[in-house]
Design a protein around this ligand. Structure first.
Ligand SMILES: [Zn+2]
Ligand SMILES: [Zn+2]
Length: 124
């Protein structure tokens, strides 16, 4: 029983997900996951610094090899290319999905708004 509970709690890390697609469904857990690429740049001289991904995204080395600064910023990439892939890190973000349209009707009813959806419901 307890083991089952912990099994359930284990989050899928979507390791079998394709990374060549912008977004797709994880074959292990069925979640819609978006592949997001991030790059770290030096705040001082703006060069690309090799990023590592852990709990958050940060540069691999503490100081910039070009100017010695420890300041950096994280940039989100729209597209990944062959040059940037050596620097960038991939983060997988689960996109929450609307389970069904009926949920929306309920929310609108709770707000007491007379919307088109509610009217359609009343006519039934
Ligand atoms: Zn998964
Ligand atoms: Zn620098």
């Amino acid at each position: 029983m307890l083991i089952d509970f912990f099994k359930h709690k284990t989050e899928c890390n979507h390791e079998h997900l394709r990374s060549d697609l912008d977004e797709c469904y994880c074959p292990d857990c069925g979640a819609l996951v978006k592949n997001k690429w991030y790059m770290v740049r030096c705040s001082c001289c703006n060069i690309k610094r090799k990023a590592i991904s852990g709990y958050d995204i940060k540069p691999e080395s503490k100081f910039c090899p070009n100017c010695g600064s420890s300041d950096f910023y994280v940039q989100e990439l729209d597209d990944i290319n062959f040059t940037d892939i050596n620097y960038a890190v991939l983060k997988r973000v689960v996109i929450p999905q609307n389970l069904c349209a009926a949920n929306q009707i309920w929310i609108e009813k709770d707000n007491g708004l007379l919307t088109e959806n509610k009217l359609l419901e009343l006519r039934k």
